[in-house]
Design a protein around this ligand. Structure first.
Ligand code: SF4
Length: 326
């Protein structure tokens, strides 16, 4: 029985675990220009501690675990963590930048993790270099195609930034013509060090208008909004895949939120935007009981957006995105 129910009656059965803060890319909307300070390994959960805490959440009723980062695949003992988590009664998902996917397809298949969200914000190699500050476009693109060919359920996450990549919206949607792929356009969100400002957002309306003007209004089919969903999903008539918009800033979906987060340093966040974190790791290391802490954290969850009326506060009061894991 799930007991992770907050004061708004929302049941939390989805845990996002950040395995590591570091990443092999430097995406401008996620990683501060100056990077993040390197921290002592002892500040982070060991594999045993991570599995122990994950098991506690599963005992409370968590049914879905998503692995995130930084970049989860740069975690040295990723395969071992994955193997342990695959023995829990949960569906496993992962968000990755796709650079190292070719090294882990077999481990992922063996563990039954077949839901992959792969970040790719542009289909242009030069722009990839600009936004990630690295040169791995070809490898990421090939790994996306390989993942689809292997039968993984693939979604491509593209953060839209005005006057940077919003001219590629139609090209991304065109990828869904002959591919069983989900494109997820993510609204640019404010986090520490990512130079966010509200003028850089691309709204759901803008995306739909572009698609409708190009494909014809009647050819844009809206899918029903699923419970706990984050994306409003659409499909171009007769296209294999679909595209969705995740507009946390302009059109939040907090009413049916079922998500909790565990950071790589063992802190629990009941909301992406909440800066009120519960330190599970220190209590665990002091031999304390973390169950009451987990329940208290859920009870303290705000109605929406971490209780922030002005989201730009997240720029200063919240962590950098790379240390939350989305
Ligand atoms: S902003 Fe917070 S409450 Fe809203 S959907 Fe995201 S995590 Fe849930």
């Amino acid at each position: 029985m799930n007991t992770l129910i907050d004061t708004y009656g929302r049941t939390h059965d989805y845990l996002r675990i950040s395995l590591i803060e570091r990443c092999n890319l430097r995406c401008t909307y996620c990683m501060p220009e100056e990077g993040i300070p390197l921290r002592d390994r002892a500040e982070f959960m060991t594999e045993e501690e991570l599995i122990y805490i994950a098991k506690k959440f599963v005992e409370f009723g968590v049914k879905k675990i998503r692995l995130t980062g930084g970049e989860p695949l740069i975690k040295k003992n990723f395969a071992s963590i994955l193997d342990h988590l695959s023995q829990l009664p949960v569906s496993l998902h992962m968000t990755t930048n796709g650079v190292l996917l070719d090294k882990y397809f077999n481990d992922l298949e063996k563990a039954g993790l077949n839901h992959l969200n792969i970040s790719l914000d542009t289909l242009q190699e030069d722009r990839f270099g600009t936004i990630t500050r690295r040169k791995n476009f070809a490898r990421v693109y090939e790994n996306i195609q390989e993942a689809i060919a292997r039968g993984f359920k693939v979604k491509v996450n593209a953060v839209l930034i005005k006057d940077f990549n919003d001219d590629e919206i139609l090209n991304f949607i065109e990828l869904t013509k002959n591919n069983n792929l989900g494109i997820r356009f993510i609204e640019f969100m404010p986090f520490q060090g990512n130079k966010w400002d509200t003028t850089k957002k691309v709204s759901e309306e803008e995306v739909i208008l572009k698609a409708a003007n190009h494909f014809g209004h009647k050819n844009i089919i809206k899918s029903p909004f699923e419970n706990n969903a984050t994306a409003r999903v659409f499909q171009v008539a007769n296209y294999e895949g679909d595209f969705g918009i995740i507009s946390t800033v302009t059109n939040p979906f907090c009413d049916t939120c079922n998500r909790l987060r565990l950071t790589a340093d063992g802190k629990m966040k009941n909301c992406l935007f909440s800066n009120k974190e519960t330190d599970l790791l220190t209590t665990l290391r002091n031999g304390g009981d973390i169950t009451s802490l987990i329940l208290e954290n859920v009870k303290a969850k705000k109605k929406g957006l971490g209780g922030l009326s002005d989201l730009s506060k997240s720029l200063s009061e919240n962590r950098p995105m790379t240390t939350i894991g989305g």
